[in-house]
Design a protein around this ligand. Sequence first.
Ligand code: GLN
Length: 490
Amino acid sequence: MSMENITARELRDKIAKGELKSVEVVRDVFARIEQREPIIGAYISNCYQRALEKADEVDRRVTAGESVGPLAGVPIAIKDNMCTRFGATTCASKILEDFEAPYNACVVEKLEAAEAIIVGKCNLDEFAMGSSCENSGLKKTVNPWDYERVPGGSSGGSAAAVAADMCYAALGSDTGGSIRMPASFCGVVGLKPTYGRVSRYGLVAYGSSLDQIGPFGTNVGDAAMMMNVIAGHDERDSTSVTEQAAPIPDYLAELEKTIEGLKIGVAKEFFAAEGLDKEVEKTVRDALTVYEKMGATLVEVSLPHIKYAISTYYIVATAEASSNLARYDGVHYGHRTKNPRDYIDVYNSSRAEGFGDEVKLRIMLGTYALSAGYYDAYYLKALKVRNLIRGDFTQAFEQVDCLMCPTVPEAAFKIGEKIDDPLKMYLSDIYTIAVNLAGIPGISIPCGFNSENLPIGLQIITPAFTEDKLLRIARMFESETDYHKHRPNF
Ligand code: GLN
């Protein structure tokens, strides 16, 4: 049988019943990686030998009649900004090209405890800063639907690996849209959980008050299955929320249950946004009609402060980044310059040689926003506006169960199209960024294709800690349509 078009859930069950061998599945995935990776470039590193050994362990346990973990034998990829004790953790930066982490990220521990098979680490924009993967300091990733286009970013490698069937699910991180945006461009499902739901321990920090790890899958059920494994409190991350404060539901248990009388908020600001592509708008409006046919009602809502989201984000995120990235100085971590003139030059040259342009730009912006005399005018002001944006969502959720909008204002753009104009690039995140500022969950699901056969994503947003409901709402659309079943040709 073909192992290519089955879901991660089906795969896991077949492996657990002994109908499929994980070793065979891993070999099959690596055969596709060998064929497709030279074109797509989704991975920074792969661990074939280790994957085979882990798969063999699962198969042996199944044969011995033991019960196996919830992801037993399933090949999974992770973004290369999550620490692993095996292989390097590069963040797609020259400054960390040879960095070997001394510990595993919490999510890596959890995946392996669930007996997932990690097959490799995926490309990203350097330190997760970008929307196209073009800021990677190490390699280029292309969109599996059109090799002249970007896969989105920053978790572009993870999304492309799932779309090109070079793994069955993946993890990404999302600071301002980095899971949802590439999910939209690559035609897969991508979920950013509530801030605090998944431990950030071992995730290399970009904007610590915004960063959140989440899953990619080809379908909503697989994202729910991944959430069941990665969600939860971790005392090593002080911002991770306890299960007493916010209980963790079984995300799969009620997934198929539709929500009666669903009220969908349609924010007028989202549809009036400049730069919203006509085909994207139409596809998303058609998706709303699918929900209406299932009995949902559309309610117009307003998010009056959303117009400040991008500016607010670029103060908060860069301020936090300038502090988080101070540790890469050639002494504490990372690349060290070869022949420094003196000890100050160790810092200066190591950083100048190791960081790429976008990262330097952001460190400068963030340092400026935090500097004496500007702190009140920029950083403090941004924190106040952030609160207003959060308030907008709270108010909207008093009237509706969820909000829906496009994930990105357009389908995947051409490689090189925006790289020289950072402001244009930043506008790609106009629909996703506010969700991180508010700390709430959002998902992107495939909802159609444009006339060039490029995938389009629908974003659904719900209140904090309601990922169960979010996944159910997403699943409702999936059960009525088959866009998620389309795959790029190889
Ligand atoms: N594109 C945004 C940025 O460059 C978001 C990135 C992310 O979510 N990591 O900051």
